[in-house]
Design a protein around this ligand. Structure first.
Ligand code: ADP
Ligand code: MG
Length: 503
């Protein structure tokens, strides 16, 4: 059994990158340590070192006070260290039991007793709430259940330190609550857990202690009960971050975006939006909460003129734009921040400047009849890039070499520069770091104050709750309820799973 694991002065260099810089970290039996940090902070690298997948450039690992050296994950496992990766490593065509047995020493011969494995899988399931059918084929399981299989696999091999790399990224809010229950049981049974996340509220609700990484270095170590989301955000980003927004009271006003009985199909031709009706008023942020794949994307694309409407209508300020072209929808003063930003939001090979004027280039003042006014364009783009804090080496840099957060800021800059009457923002901060997220949120709040009707589609419930005036929950192509923004995450989660409310 693992009592303590310690990383001492771990440094890891990749060519040109210092991924971990003299990191110290300890974890004990019976605790959940959160490893917090933004994308690229070095969390996965550090844990891959602890799991024997990478060798540290410098530093050492101690298990129960003894220095150990891992040549491979098998060595780490032999010491009781197991890791559940961001991307699962199961064989889809095998059953749960076969996956658990795979690679066990006893399974090499013809004598693996799958019945015995199956029995143990059930026992572990009952002990920790890791319920899953041992005979189910892995491809038939939901993602959350596949994750349980990975945990069972590690426990079966007697791992008593479990490293979980961003395990909640693939779960719905409901599943996250259940999953946290499992983690608590594992901890209370005396296991040690390292929980990796960049989500502050998750870290606060599940961990006992937090170690924060930034640019490969430890920038903070705190007891969870002695800290706050604000303090953790400051550690992670290195400066004060706003997570709660003051919104001005907006007087009730007319609906600018009106959707009536809208029906839209998905790419497979199946119904995705099912006779949905919704109004968004000027100066309002209407949040759409829902597990992705419940028709949100099709709804956004239909409004933006990028997907055919089968029935129903879309009106902008009283003007019917149903089945209009994207150009016509833009002309009706609608801006769109698409979910698939690399595919629909930008042209990857085009420069920052070219992308910044996409769709706007054929209108004055940037063009004089058929000639572009390059001086004007340059001044306009320079202003946008500065105002929206887009970090780019130059205006000629191809967009594909910018980070996700900077691409998103560029799209936001372009779309808001039109001062639209309606803005559709789909997953505007997905994959974006916390600093850029704060910035994008501020811009959305400003645009609301400027009177734009904003439809905010997001899977991030904290985001939806922080920004929205009203929250509409979408499930299987329908709105199952419209609730105030202070509705609890638990309640929203239930509705997102299909429970009806307040309709
Ligand atoms: N195999 C690798 N080769 C080169 N660079 C890598 C490799 N793995 C990670 N990095 C770099 O190391 C840094 C830390 O990455 P990572 O540990 O994945 O961060 P996190 O898990 O916190 O998002 C990043 O700059 C990343 O690009
Ligand atoms: Mg990672």
């Amino acid at each position: 059994m693992i009592q303590t694991v310690e990383l001492r002065n771990i440094t890891k260099r990749f060519p040109g990158v210092l991924a971990n810089d003299r990191v110290n970290l300890q974890v004990r039996a019976g605790e959940i340590l959160a490893l917090l940090g933004e994308n690229g902070a070095g969390k996965s690298t550090l844990m891959k070192i602890l799991y024997g997948m990478y060798h540290p450039t410098e530093g050492e690992i101690l298990v129960n006070g003894q220095v150990v050296q891992f040549k491979s994950p098998a060595d780490a496992l032999a010491q009781g260290i197991g890791m559940i990766h961001q991307h699962f490593q199961l064989v889809p065509g095998f059953t749960v039991v076969e996956n658990v047995a795979l690679g066990l020493k006893s399974s090499r011969g013809p004598l693996t007793d799958l019945d015995a494995v199956s029995k143990r899988v059930r026992e572990l399931g009952a002990q920790y709430g890791l319920h899953v059918d041992p005979n189910a084929l892995v491809w038939q399981l939901a993602v959350g259940q596949q994750q349980r299989v990975e945990i069972i696999k590690a426990l079966y091999r007697d791992a008593s330190l479990l490293i979980l790399d961003e395990p909640t990224a693939v779960l719905t809010p409901q599943e996250v609550q259940e999953f946290f229950g499992i983690l608590r049981r594992l901890r209370d049974a005396g296991n040690a857990l390292i929980f990796i996340s960049h989500k502050l509220y998750e870290v606060i609700s599940i961990s006992d202690r937090v170690t924060a990484l930034r640019d490969g270095r430890v920038v903070g170590e705190v007891e969870t009960k002695a800290t706050t989301q604000q303090e953790l955000a400051r550690m992670m980003v290195g400066r004060q971050v706003v997570t709660r927004w003051e919104k001005s009271d907006m007087p009730p006003s007319d609906a600018v975006l009106q959707i009536k009985q809208l029906a839209v199909s998905n790419d497979k031709g199946l119904g995705a939006v099912n006779h949905l009706s919704l109004d968004v008023r000027a100066g309002e942020i209407l949040g759409i909460a829902g597990v992705s794949g419940n028709g949100q994307r099709e709804l956004a694309e239909a409004i933006a003129g990028m997907r055919r409407v089968n029935a129903g209508t879309v009106q902008i300020a009283g003007k019917d734009v149903t089945n209009c072209s994207p150009e016509q929808v833009i002309a009706a003063s609608v801006s769109f921040i698409p979910e698939e930003r690399m595919v629909m939001g930008v042209v990857r090979e085009f420069s920052v400047a070219e992308n910044a004027i996409l769709e706007t280039h054929n209108r004055p003042p940037l063009s004089k009849r058929t000639f572009f006014d390059f001086k004007q364009i340059d001044a306009h783009v320079t202003k946008l890039v500065r105002e929206y804090d887009v970090k780019t080496p130059s205006l000629e840099t191809p967009v594909k070499s910018l980070s996700g957060g900077n691409i998103q800021k560029l799209i936001l800059a372009r779309e808001l520069a039109r001062d639209p009457r309606v803005l559709i923002a789909a997953q505007p901060t997905r994959g974006v770091d916390i600093g850029a997220t704060e910035y994008i949120h501020k811009r959305l709040i400003d645009q609301r104050a400027a009177g734009t009707a904003i439809l905010l589609i997001s899977e991030d419930l904290e985001e939806v709750r922080a920004l929205s005036d009203r929250i509409a929950v979408m499930y299987e192509g329908e709105i199952v309820g419209i609730v105030p923004p202070d509705t609890s995450v638990e309640e929203l989660g239930l509705m997102m799973a299909g429970a009806q409310k307040n309709l």
